[in-house]
Design a protein around this ligand. Sequence first.
Ligand code: NAD
Length: 483
Amino acid sequence: MVSRVIPVETFDLVIFGGTGDLARRKILPGLFRRFRAGQMPPGSRIIGAARSEMDDDGYRQMIREAIAEFGGDEKTDSDGIESFVAQLRYVAIDATGEGGWAQLAELMRGDVVRAFYFSVAPSLFGALAERLHAHGIADSESRIVVEKPFGRDLASAKALNATLAEHFDEQQIYRIDHYLGKETVQNLMAVRFGNVLFEPLWNSHYIDHIQITVAETVGVTGRGAYYDKSGAMRDMVQNHLMQLLCLIAMEPPSTYDADTVRDEKLKVIRALQAVEPHHIVRGQYDASAQGLSYREDAENPRSFTESFLAMKCHIANWRWATVPFYLRTGKRLKARSSEIAVVFKDLGHTIFEGDTARHRNILSIRLQPNEGMDLQVTIKEPGPGGMRLVDVPLDMSFAEALGPDQEAPDAYERLIMDVIRGNQTLFMRGDEVEAAWAWTDPIIEGWEARNDVPKLYDAGSAGPEDAMMLLHREGRRWRDIKG
Ligand code: NAD
């Protein structure tokens, strides 16, 4: 299978916060990989813009070092790195003051795609948007990219949307959720809507339940103070898990077009029912040989913030009535693994002897590690021995499918190229974000009102015992968390 690289139009991409952690760890190394793949036209430029005083050469050196530290195999391509950094510029700029703006205005070209990546704290979004317009740097064709967190509740998300809307149309705003940039996520739509096999079965008649798990082995060490103000609900569920849920559950859009797809996702969020408190399990990891407890990492001995969350949700529409969606995410769990599992119902009748419940079809969609999908099907165990049934996976690993010389772009790379192409399909629309907060807010408010205390769980486990019970009491089991 040969994948084609289609170059984008020539662009000027300004990265506000170009010296920050995200820019050095993800954005610039990702852009270098797209450059090497031939996707970034030679005349394009990346302009770092941040507070530090530096010249172009200083910035180029910073990015050489970032690629050496955070790049993959491509970091040994020293000629490639030199050609890439030659396309970098730097402007020292103050988002809240006037310094640097005239210089940036002078640098920008009128005849190329202009994009502005706001890789800074959301409190600076308004100041940046205002100055981009005041200095005539952005016009009605320009695009802006904004990072999570997009608000911490409905009111703050609305305020952020309103601030951006003062200067940019919705068609110009790209709210990044890097989960949507994963190969598997797009493949989920290809599998559902590009095959005759699945869509007829994609409903409550054939699907028993759906599980979405995003498990991490890391704790919150080093970012405990930040994390303690958000927790798993705000940090993971409201955005990443919600987006995955939407793609699994949405109705087929009439076209693969940004607003048509996002209209269908929005309907899913709006159809989500309020979650009963006893359908939610919150947890905090305990101290272990692997490290400190959550409360110690967060430096807050009285913290009630959750580092783990498991919940059962329902979507109130014809397709999904009666089908539970179990969501689970947490830190310091037994493996780093993200997976969506569609568990089909048992056969109504079997002609074979023995326990049919074991033989269920399961479609599992792996986001990490080893992105891919497998479909568990039941076959006869090969060889003599009579009609014994076994479950085998029909496995499709994307890395294998691409072949040894091809590398799928990582999520950030793909999404940034989509910004340059002007394709918003894989970005969250303002109303989606607000609808997700409208569903999340009452749950969080309920915990606060009840002083809900998270359950402790062992580091390296699958979370608190109560999370197991959420499924066990309904005769179901969580999938094993495997790295
Ligand atoms: P950081 O603190 O490492 O970097 C912040 C950047 O903003 C620096 O380049 C700094 O110079 C610049 N900056 C700060 N104040 C400025 C001002 N007044 N004028 C101009 N520039 C200014 O932060 P980060 O980790 O790179 O994160 C940036 C944004 O991305 C944040 O909103 C963060 O929540 C979000 N985010 C980060 C990550 C990550 O992995 N780091 C992941 C997801 C989202």
